[in-house]
Design a protein around this ligand. Structure first.
Ligand code: HEC
Length: 133
């Protein structure tokens, strides 16, 4: 009987400790975060970009950079951001309209809409413009 009571007491103490630790957890996501990362909430991410003059850059960072950054996470030979000569050559050989169509429809390993299916066409255009700079 005493043993059971002790075990119960220990469980209650452990629970209280856990609760206290959770309250003090400074790593818990803050409710005051203004800029939500996209990975699990693309719709919220995109809705935060309304009237944001840096929308193109932010979409680039969240989507395109995985493959188009100078040192990309996914290294599959996507033309790099910042390689102005290469983008100039692409514009000359393919034309701006084709680059736009590839952005929308995808091209070989390049995913349609750069993977941002929640992005509007206007937002994708901004991302493309930023990528080509
Ligand atoms: C999963 C990787 C990946 C992501 C994410 C990605 N791209 Fe690409 N992209 C590629 C690859 C690979 C190519 C080269 C395709 C080819 O020419 O065979 C490419 C090429 C392009 C081209 C040049 C057209 C062409 O086919 O050569 C444009 C424009 C482009 N991407 C725009 C974007 C934009 C804008 C985004 C973000 C909204 C984006 N991409 C996201 C992989 C990616």
């Amino acid at each position: 009987m005493l043993k059971k009571a002790l075990i119960l007491l220990l469980l209650i103490l452990a629970g209280a400790l856990g609760f206290y630790a959770a309250l003090r957890n400074t790593h818990a996501p803050s409710t005051s975060v203004v800029y939500m990362r996209t990975y699990h909430y693309p719709a919220s991410f995109v809705s935060q970009l309304k009237n944001d003059p840096k929308a193109g850059e932010k979409i680039y960072q969240e989507y395109c950079a995985a493959c188009h950054a100078p040192n990309p996470m996914v290294d599959i030979n996507a033309p790099s951001k910042g390689n102005k000569a290469l983008w100039q050559a692409l514009r000359q050989s393919l034309g701006e309209e084709s680059l736009w169509q590839y952005t929308l429809m995808g091209h070989n390993a390049m995913p349609a809409r750069g993977g941002c299916f929640e992005c509007s066409d206007a937002q994708l255009r901004q991302a493309l413009q930023y990528l080509e700079q």
